[in-house]
Every structure is written in structure tokens, then in C-alpha cells.
Design a protein around this ligand. Structure first.
Ligand SMILES: Cc1cc2nc3c(=O)[nH]c(=O)nc-3n(C[C@H](O)[C@H](O)[C@H](O)COP(=O)(O)OP(=O)(O)OC[C@H]3O[C@@H](n4cnc5c(N)ncnc54)[C@H](O)[C@@H]3O)c2cc1C
Length: 439
């Protein structure tokens, strides 16, 4: 008989686990509290009168093949195309001038980080280049695995302008964690990730955006929308899930793919799971999608897809993404920006949407929590499993969400054929993608 599996939540973790279970022959029902699929629910569709329509993923998905191999392999399996983008960086003082810009230079088939000519002779640029040289001269494999990033920077006397002005804003952006956490992160892991992102293959985006991947994962799945699971009841005949007006079940297994701090539906007998999962830290904030160009460098020629703004003592900073150069469907629209927790609010007439969001924070404690979760999952008669962006070790959350879904599917006795080895395809540029789309 087919295994009957319920998945609670249709973010990327829920859709991936549901899709993999169905591929393996199970009967899958997904319950989602939103009126639509959770994954891609905040995507903005921007229509210009008489012009092209476009979309903006919220939050934006930009992935390095080295750090997001499983997500990209999943896309490949599903036939969701990806394309390469360049995400140059600009750094500016708050309300003041831009002091650094990066660019890329091509040698043969490879791209290397470089600096635009008008920035080459600046003192700050040399301090940045020296910082990179210091950083990349050290071989992560030779570093003591207990050495923290802070200890590494102290030992190598790394310039604060490079460290606090560029590296920390970049790392807090990629790693979804705060400065303190980054200070204590093992230096070898972060250096390895940075080397791969800066010197490795170019970053990629999904053609058709998050929606394209969500559409493929959701194809043929029994998705019950507008259903908030409020109670989980285990009986001898199976597991039942109750919402305010309906009951679903019986199921043989349940995969909880909601965030770790949203598990109010678990009954008393799951108190140890609730306690463990409630210990995962979260960061909340608002992601603003807007057109307020005060969040970009003063001079248009300094605009870069990633813009970090900070005050001169580095006590506060924010980053904005200029979406147009990396999203072909809005390449010719007015500027669209995304800013996470801005230090000042964008002008109201320039706001497209402001979405309150929470994201799992990776810190030193997670490692032990994940070990405990893994042990719980291995309990022989287990029927309820947990996955999501908090539930797998590693830095990029989307990758962790997909990996945790694969782990859960394995615990259920299935063998999903995902190798976590994304093979970087022939280079497809943004220009090529734009002309494909236009055609
Ligand atoms: C500003 C921001 C920027 C980010 N940038 C990146 C990035 O660059 N790279 C990256 O890898 N990651 C990034 N992330 C993180 C990534 O987007 C998320 O971690 C990931 O999408 C979470 O997926 P998930 O499936 O674990 O959870 P979710 O997407 O939260 O899905 C959980 C689903 O469960 C549903 N649900 C909850 N409770 C119930 C219930 N009781 N009954 C039924 N349904 C329920 C919810 O409605 C939701 O749809 C970013 C996040 C934010 C906020």
C-alpha cells in the first residue's frame, strides 16, 4: 500500500519533500495556511502600461553553484533553467560618497574580481585589494578548525576598512547571521565559502524566478490552500491534522515544513521536540521593495547590484539590492530596489511593498541543536519529521531547506536521487537569457 504522507507548509522545504515523496510513490497531501503556495508568495508582478511585464522575487534568489549545489541540481532535474549574473558591490558612507566599487574582468573563460578604472587609484581600493590578498593567501585547509574568524583577523591584522566595511556586511548578508555570530564562526569554513563565491563560478538566478521552481515542484501535488493546521492528533489508525473547520487524515507520516517557531499544533507528547525546535534563533525584520534611489550611490555610474551603506565608525549598516541588472524581465523598467531593515524608511510614494519576514539565524548553538534533531529523527517508531531552512547545517538558508527536506525523505525510507553535485553548465549570460525571453 502507498505511504500516506501529509506535509504541513508549502515553502521550498515543504514542496521539495512533497515532490520527492510523490516521486518515490507516496500519496502526498500538502496543507498550507496561505491562500497560495508559500514558496514565492511575495513575488511582485510589475506591469508597465504599454510595456513589458516583469517580476521580482521577494526575497531575491541569487545562488553560487558552490554554495547552493542542491537547489541548483533540483532545478536541473525539474528542467528549471538558470542563468548567470554578476553581482558587483559598491560601498558608500551613509548620506555620503561611494568609496569602493568592484567589477569583474575576464581571463579566458574565467571571470576574476576587479575594480573599475576610476576607482583604481584610490587609497580605499588598495586597502580592499590588500585585504583580499591577506584573506586568500591563507589556505582554509591548513587552518586549525577551532580558529574563529575574529581570531583569524586579529592574527593577520586585517584592515578594519576591509573587515568591517566590506567583509562583515557581505557575510551578514550571505550568512543570515549577526556580527557576533560571524566573529565566532570557524575561519576555515567562511574562508572556503568566500573563496568559492569570489573566485569561483558566477552566481546564478532562476529563469522565471521562484515561481518557475515552485510551479514545477507543485505540479500534480494535492495542495490544500487556506488550511492552517491547528492540532495534530496521533491515533492507532494514523495521524489526523485539524484546522478550524476541517480534519485531514489518517496519514502514516507527517512532515512539518513550517518554521521551527511555528509549531503550536504539536500535542503534549511532542514537548521535547517543541522545546528543541523553539531553541532555534530567528531574526525578524522587514524587506522593502521600493524605488527610492537614496539607497543607491549618489552618482549613477557607481550603481551596483549590491550596495552597502554604513556610518564611518561601522556601528550600523544596511544593504540594498538593485534588482534591474539581474532580473531580465525588468531590465528596462524604472529602478527597483530591495532593502532589508533599512536604517531610514523609503519614501512612501516610492514603496512597492514592505513584507515583514523572519529568517532562521545560523549561530554556534545550531550545530548541537541539529545533532539532537537528527537523533530524534532516527527514533525507530517516529511518524512526525521536521524540515525547513533552520534544519540542516550550512550557511545559505535555501540550500539548508532543500537539504533538510532530502534528509527527512531519507528517514522515511525513500532514496531520492540527488547527489548534491551541481555540474556547472556552459556559460549562459544575462544578455543571452534576455534575448531568449524576448524571442
Ligand atoms: C530578507 C530575506 C532574504 C533572504 N535571502 C536569502 C538568500 O539570499 N539565500 C538563501 O538561501 N536564503 C535566503 N533567505 C531565506 C530563505 O528565503 C528562507 O529561509 C526559505 O525560503 C525558507 O523556506 P522554508 O520552506 O523553510 O520555510 P517557509 O518559506 O517559511 O515555509 C513555511 C510555510 O509553512 C506555512 N505554515 C506555517 N504554519 C502553518 C500551519 N500551521 N499550517 C499550514 N501551513 C503553515 C507558511 O505559510 C509557509 O508557507 C532570505 C530570507 C529573508 C527573510
Amino acid at each position: 500500500m502507498k505511504k500516506r504522507i501529509a506535509v504541513i507548509g508549502s515553502g521550498i522545504a515543504g514542496l521539495t519533500s512533497g515532490w520527492l515523496c510523490r516521486e518515490a510513490g507516496a500519496e502526498v497531501t500538502i496543507l498550507e495556511t496561505h491562500a497560495n503556495r508559500g514558496m514565492g508568495t511575495h513575488t511582485q508582478f510589475l506591469n508597465v502600461e504599454g510595456g513589458e511585464s516583469g517580476h521580482v522575487d521577494v526575497p531575491l534568489r541569487v545562488m553560487s553553484p558552490h554554495a547552493w549545489p542542491t537547489v541548483l541540481e533540483l532545478c536541473e532535474k525539474l528542467g528549471v533553467k538558470t542563468f548567470e549574473v554578476d553581482t558587483q558591490i559598491a560601498c558608500s558612507w551613509l548620506n555620503s560618497r561611494t568609496w569602493f566599487r568592484s567589477s569583474k574582468i575576464q581571463f579566458g573563460s574565467r571571470m576574476f574580481p576587479w575594480v573599475p578604472l576610476n576607482y583604481l587609484l584610490r587609497q580605499e581600493t588598495y586597502r580592499m585589494i590588500l585585504g583580499f590578498i591577506r584573506l586568500f593567501k591563507s589556505d582554509p585547509d591548513l587552518l586549525d578548525s577551532g580558529l574563529t574568524l575574529k581570531e583569524f583577523s586579529d592574527q593577520h591584522r586585517i584592515d578594519p576598512l576591509f573587515w568591517k566595511g566590506l567583509l562583515y556586511p557581505l557575510l551578514t548578508t550571505i550568512c543570515t547571521s549577526d556580527e557576533k555570530t560571524i566573529d565566532h564562526w570557524p575561519a576555515n569554513q567562511i574562508l572556503d565559502l568566500l573563496q568559492k563565491i569570489v573566485f569561483g563560478a558566477r552566481l546564478r538566478r532562476l529563469q522565471g524566478g521562484t515561481k518557475a521552481l515552485a510551479d514545477k515542484l507543485g505540479e500534480g501535488l494535492n495542495l490544500q490552500k487556506g488550511i492552517r493546521v491547528e492540532k495534530l492528533v496521533e491515533k492507532s489508525s494514523g495521524i489526523f491534522l485539524h484546522s478550524q473547520n476541517a480534519t485531514f487524515g489518517p496519514f502514516d507520516y507527517v512532515i512539518s515544513a513550517v518554521q521551527a517557531n511555528q509549531l503550536n499544533f504539536l500535542p503534549e507528547q511532542y514537548s521535547s521536540e517543541s522545546k528543541l525546535l523553539n531553541s532555534f534563533p530567528y531574526d525578524s525584520g522587514t524587506l522593502w521593495v521600493h524605488r527610492d534611489v537614496r539607497f543607491m550611490p549618489e552618482r549613477k555610474q557607481d550603481w551596483s547590484p549590491l550596495h552597502f551603506q554604513m556610518d564611518k565608525d561601522f556601528s550600523q549598516f544596511m544593504f540594498s539590492v538593485w534588482v534591474n541588472p539581474i532580473e531580465p524581465t525588468i531590465a528596462h523598467h524604472e529602478p527597483v530596489l530591495q532593502t532589508w531593515n533599512p536604517l531610514f524608511e523609503p519614501k512612501s510614494e516610492k514603496v512597492i511593498v514592505a513584507v515583514p519576514m523572519e529568517r532562521a539565524v545560523v549561530n554556534q548553538g545550531n550545530h548541537n541543536l541539529l545533532k539532537e534533531l537528527d537523533l530524534l529523527h532516527k527514533f525507530p517508531s517516529r511518524k512526525v519529521f521536521f524540515c525547513g531552512s533552520y534544519a540542516a547545517p550550512g550557511v545559505p538558508l535555501l540550500e539548508s531547506a532543500v537539504r533538510s527536506a532530502i534528509n527527512v525523505v531519507r528517514h522515511l525510507g525513500f532514496d531520492p536521487s540527488i547527489s548534491r553535485q551541481f555540474k556547472i553548465p556552459r556559460q549562459v549570460s544575462l544578455e543571452e537569457t534576455s534575448s531568449n525571453l524576448a524571442a
